[in-house]
Design a protein around this ligand. Structure first.
Ligand SMILES: Nc1ncnc2c1ncn2[C@@H]1O[C@H](COP(=O)(O)OP(=O)(O)O)[C@@H](O)[C@H]1O
Ligand SMILES: [Mg+2]
Length: 291
């Protein structure tokens, strides 16, 4: 077993691993299962040696660089949840192992497992890898109303933090609304940060413009309407939304627009210009917003 424990005692990490063996994961993403123990999140993965889906990182040097950068950002007060270390089975081809992270405070901005039955990408699919016991309609109504009440200052810091992370060429997966957490005291936090951008790895010539990317991704607290150009797969599917009655859909739209306005104001306050926001909005359809 290869081990690299930057910001966690090896004994603590090994004790967490012992506990994980007899636990069932609290949540899962595309390829990771999360075990939450005290202030830690232990993430089991089969693909520790792959960055950004298919960039090989056999020596895990890129991962180590991400971990150091996240620690620097965190020390500056950026709400990027730090990774503490990792362990990996040496001869597993793609890296079977575990990532250790600080546990994010609060809960997912939106639980993807709960809302995915309403999203475009799950329509007509019998079996979806994310499952939840929550009722999608009830959940989205309650959670959207709660996020709409989040103070503007937390939105402002969220956008500032997104910019700070992007400036360091760390990739943020805005498709997953579960890659963001919200806590009343802590505000928004970013998780699922374990890779750099394509440009950093030499796969594209153009470096991402942080402000353009933040102008698009910073609307992640909003729900998108079917037909949106960016984030098309995670838009709310019109057919699925018939699970809500007309009054509920209106309420969702109203709350979503309150979130939209807070996101937009935060962008302007963070120096993302009107033009960049307008350009992003040409690629986005916001649920409930008239064209
Ligand atoms: N640091 C953390 N604190 C709390 N929960 C976490 C943390 N990291 C992951 N999780 C939970 O596990 C889920 C999947 O983890 P994630 O890192 O997003 O993996 P994936 O790449 O599979 O999406 C998250 O959406 C979240 O619910
Ligand atoms: Mg994720």
């Amino acid at each position: 077993m290869l081990e690299q424990y930057f910001y966690i005692e090896p004994e603590t990490a090994r004790e967490l691993l012992r506990q994980v063996q007899s636990m069932t994961p609290q949540s899962r993403g595309i390829d990771r299962r999360a075990f939450l123990i005290g202030g830690y999140a232990v993430l089991a993965t089969e693909r520790l040696k792959l960055r950004n889906v298919d960039v090989r990182d056999d020596g895990l040097e890129h991962l180590n660089a991400v971990i150091r950068t996240l620690a620097e950002l965190h020390a500056r007060g950026v709400r990027a949840v730090p990774l503490l270390g990792w362990c990996c089975e040496e001869d597993s081809p793609d890296g079977r192992g575990y990532l250790f992270a600080q546990r994010a405070k609060g809960s997912e901005l939106y639980d993807d497992a709960a809302i995915c039955p309403l999203e475009v990408w799950t329509q007509g699919r019998g079996e979806v890898y994310l499952r939840s016991d929550l009722d999608a309609g009830e959940y989205i109504l309650a959670r959207t109303a709660a996020i709409a009440d989040v103070p503007q200052e937390h939105f402002d810091r969220f956008i500032a933090d997104i910019l700070a992370v992007l400036e360091r060429d760390i990739l943020i997966d805005f498709h997953g609304k579960s890659n963001f957490f919200y806590d009343e005291r802590e505000g928004f936090q970013l998780i699922d940060l374990d890779a750099h951008t394509d440009w950093y790895y030499g796969l594209t010539r153009e470096r991402i413009d942080s402000r353009e990317a933040a102008a698009l991704g910073g609307f992640v607290p909003c729900h998108f309407a079917e037909g949106t150009q960016a984030f098309a797969a995670v838009a709310l599917a019109e057919r699925a939304m018939l699970a809500l009655d007309a009054a509920e859909r209106r309420r969702l739209a109203r709350d979503n627009l309150r979130i939209f306005e807070k996101c937009r104001l935060a962008m302007l306050r963070c120096g993302i210009g009107e033009a960049a926001v307008a350009a992003a909005l040409r690629r986005l359809r916001i649920f409930g917003r008239e064209e």
